[in-house]
Design a binder for this molecule. Structure first.
Ligand code: GTP
Length: 311
C-alpha cells in the first residue's frame, strides 16, 4: 500500500521560524503555514493536517486559544497539536498540555530531536487512523461493516426527522448460500461475498447512500433521501444486477444461478418521530417474505401501513 505523505501545519508569527521547520521537515511531509491564530484555525478546518506545530505568542489570539478552539471543534479535535514556543516555564507547558496538546517543544530546539519526535507522533497518528479504519470496514469485502451501518443509520434517522425527508432501507440476502458453501467450499463462498459487495457498490452511486455488510451473507443499503418508488426501483436494480453476474450455483433451483432476496421499506415524511428499530424490523419482514415467496424477488412495504406487498 502506498503511504500518503502526511501534512503538517506550522503556526508561527516569525517567518524565520517557519522557514527553519520547513527546511527540516519538507523532504518528508507536506507543509502548510499560518502566521496568526485565526488563520491557523481556518487552515486546520480546510486542510485537516495530520499534525499542528503551534506557537503560543501570535499577533491576534494566543496559541492557547487556538488549541482550545481546535479541540472544541468536532472536525479538528482529533488533530494532534505540539506547542513550539519560547515560553519555557513549567506552568506554560502544563497549561498547553492540559488544553489537549500532545507535546511541548521549547525554542530554541535541536532540529534532529524535533524531527524524531515529530516522526514518532505522525507514526502514531497513522497507526491510529489505520486501526480506526479497520473498526469500521468489513475485513472480507472491504465495504463498511455492521458497526458503520448502525452509526450511519442512527444519524440518518435523526436527520430524516429533522429535515422531513424519507429514508429507505434495503436488506438483501444471498439465496441458498449454505448450499453454495457446502458445494463450492467456504473459500469460494468468500469470493462470492466479495463479488456481491462490489456489484452492490457499483449499483449504489449517490455519495450519501451506504452499502454495508450486515452480517454473514446479508447486506444492507441505506438511502438517505429517497422516495418509496426510488427505493423499490433500486432494490429491483440490485436484484437484477446480482442475477446478471451469472455466478453458477448448481445447488440453487433458480436457473442454477446465484441470486438474492430483497426486502425494502421507506419511511414516511410526515415530520413525526421515526422508529428506527421498527423500520428495520419491517424491512426484515419483507426480506423474510421474499424468501418465503420463492427467493430471487423483491418485497416492499410502506413503513405505514406495515403490510408487505410484492412488486
Ligand atoms: N463463505 C462464507 N460463508 C459465510 C460467511 N458468513 C456466513 N456464511 C454462510 O452463509 C450461510 C447462510 O446460510 P443460511 O442462513 O442457512 O441461509 P441460506 O442457505 O442462504 O438460505 P436462504 O437464506 O433461506 O436462501 C451459512 O452457511 C454461513 O456459514 C462468510 O464470511 N463466508
Amino acid at each position: 500500500m502506498v503511504k500518503r505523505r502526511a501534512t503538517i501545519l506550522i503556526v508561527d508569527d516569525e517567518r524565520i521560524n517557519i522557514q527553519i521547520l520547513d527546511n527540516a521537515l519538507s523532504d518528508q511531509y507536506n507543509i502548510l503555514a499560518a502566521m496568526s491564530g485565526e488563520q491557523a484555525i481556518k487552515v486546520a478546518l480546510e486542510s485537516r493536517p495530520c499534525l499542528i506545530l503551534l506557537d503560543i505568542i501570535l499577533p491576534d489570539i494566543s496559541g492557547y486559544e487556538v488549541c482550545k478552539a481546535l479541540k472544541n471543534n468536532k472536525q479538528t479535535s482529533h488533530i494532534p497539536i505540539i506547542f513550539v514556543t519560547a515560553q519555557s516555564l513549567p506552568e506554560d507547558e502544563l497549561k498547553g498540555l492540559e488544553l489537549g496538546a500532545i507535546d511541548y517543544f521549547r525554542k530554541p530546539f535541536l532540529v534532529p530531536l524535533i524531527k524524531v519526535r515529530i516522526r514518532n507522533q505522525i507514526e502514531l497518528v497513522q497507526k491510529t487512523a489505520a486501526l480506526e479504519q479497520l473498526a469500521w470496514i468489513d475485513g472480507l469485502t472491504g465495504i463498511p461493516n455492521r458497526r458503520s451501518f448502525d452509526k450511519r443509520y442512527f444519524e440518518a434517522c435523526k436527520y430524516a426527522v429533522r429535515s422531513k425527508r424519507r429514508i429507505c432501507l434495503i436488506l438483501l440476502d444471498i439465496d441458498f448460500f449454505k448450499q453454495y458453501n457446502d458445494y463450492y467450499g467456504h473459500a469460494q463462498g468468500d469470493v462470492v461475498l466479495q463479488q456481491v459487495a462490489r456489484a452492490l457498490e457499483q449499483g449504489v452511486t449517490r455519495p450519501l447512500d451506504l452499502v454495508a455488510r450486515y452480517g454473514g451473507e446479508e447486506f444492507v443499503i441505506l438511502l438517505t433521501d429517497s422516495s418509496e418508488k426510488e427505493g423499490a426501483l433500486l432494490a429491483e436494480k440490485v436484484r437484477q444486477k446480482i442475477e446478471d453476474l451469472a455466478i453458477p450455483h448448481i445447488k440453487s433451483n433458480i436457473n442454477r444461478t446465484l441470486t438474492i432476496s430483497v426486502g425494502v421499506t421507506t419511511s414516511s415524511n410526515d415530520g413525526g418521530s421515526l422508529d428506527s428499530k421498527a423500520l428495520l424490523e419491517t424491512t426484515d419482514a419483507c426480506l423474510y417474505e421474499a424468501k418465503a415467496m420463492g427467493r430471487n424477488t423483491v418485497v416492499s412495504a410502506d413503513f405505514r401501513p406495515r403490510t408487505p406487498k410484492s412488486i
